[in-house]
Write a protein that binds this ligand. Structure first.
Ligand code: SF4
Length: 333
């Protein structure tokens, strides 16, 4: 049995948006658990609901249903989605978010020093100015920013440096959980590697827990302990990274893995194309949501929604045929 402590228990999250009488189900019944110090990757095509899920967990959106049980630093387990404003003020700093776009997520009229300091001002208004600035300097140095340049504005920094500013802003409150929403997607590949290594080092140093949301399966494989695959607002597979990449049990995961580029041009993997478009989440298909694009679909799949269940230890899947299909995993050759 794992000796790691559970830090998050995400239970049955639903997020519905109503617009002009139409109900869009962005997230439908997502549940999973996260242990302290782990990185959980959440993958899927764009529009699958992964960003919405991340925002529900940090309560940037108020989900329509569900619970996020969080075991806080004081040992209390609270439902992060149900606590009142005063309690939220106490725990808000423990769960932070790093945003996708390092260009638009920083206020261009604020200096970098003020951007990183802002969360401290909001949470610790009585902290002496000198102590606040020392904390900002410390964290800026930790994420590899030149502290001599902190009085400059964000436009004077490159994309990778701006993402470091975003990381410093999230870290300055000493959080325990960070939701990284496509945190490296807007960066060049070489800068991506630097920022991922930085996130990894910070995790080792501060014991951070990450929820790493990305469409890039190579990045997710590198950084994650466990991976969840989302399709049309639902979690269709969730397993430890190696298991999921080597022995996927859901046809959608198999398709995504077959499209991951491999470094060796000789070792080309047989691609399993995804037929058709992602269905409209305002009008999802009957039965299994994936049936309109699945090459293993049967009549049952069109009629009946598959149950999300634990098929092997720590390996969850929602597919009627998961027991019988022998799906191809990612080839490391
Ligand atoms: Fe494909 Fe059927 Fe499994 Fe859905 S339930 S993924 S349609 S085989």
């Amino acid at each position: 049995m794992s000796d790691k402590k559970q830090i998050l228990d995400v239970q049955n999250i639903h997020m519905r948006f109503n617009s002009k009488g139409v109900c869009v189900r962005a997230v439908s019944g997502v549940s999973f658990t996260v242990n302290e110090g782990e990185t959980i990757g959440i993958v899927g095509e764009s529009g699958c609901g992964k960003t919405t899920l991340g925002r529900c967990i940090v309560r940037a959106y108020e989900p329509s249903e569900g619970n996020v049980l969080y075991t806080a630093s004081d040992g209390e387990t609270i439902d992060f989605l149900k606590i009142d404003k005063a309690t939220m003020k106490r725990y808000r700093k423990e769960i932070q978010m790093i945003f996708q776009d390092p260009y638009s997520s920083l206020d261009p009229r604020m200096t970098v020093l003020d951007i990183i300091k802002e969360p401290l001002l909001a949470n610790f208004p009585k902290m002496p100015k000198a102590e606040m600035e020392r904390k900002v300097m410390d964290i800026a140095a930790k994420v590899g920013l030149n502290t001599a340049y902190l009085k400059r504005y964000p436009h004077a920094f490159s994309g990778g440096q701006r993402q470091r500013i975003g990381i410093a802003r999230a870290l300055v409150l000493n959080p325990r959980v960070i939701v990284c929403d496509e945190a490296v997607s807007a960066l060049d590949v070489s800068i991506q590697a630097q920022v991922i290594n930085l996130l990894h080092d910070l995790q080792q140093e501060f014991g951070l827990t990450y929820l790493f949301i990305s469409h890039d399966l190579s990045v997710v494989e590198y950084i994650s302990d466990k991976v969840g695959v989302m399709y049309l607002g639902q979690l269709v597979e969730y397993a430890p990274t190696e298991k999921l990449y080597e022995h996927p049990m859901h046809p959608y995961t198999e398709s995504l893995l077959s499209a991951v580029p491999v470094a060796d041009p000789e070792a080309q993997m047989e691609r399993i194309p995804l037929e058709g478009e992602i269905p409209n989440p305002a009008n999802p298909p009957s039965g299994c949501y994936f049936h309109t694009r699945c090459c293993y679909c049967t009549e049952r799949c069109r009629q009946e929604a598959p149950v999300y269940r634990e098929l092997e230890k720590d390996h969850f899947v929602a597919c009627h045929r998961a027991e019988e299909l022998k799906l191809k995993g990612f080839s490391y050759e």
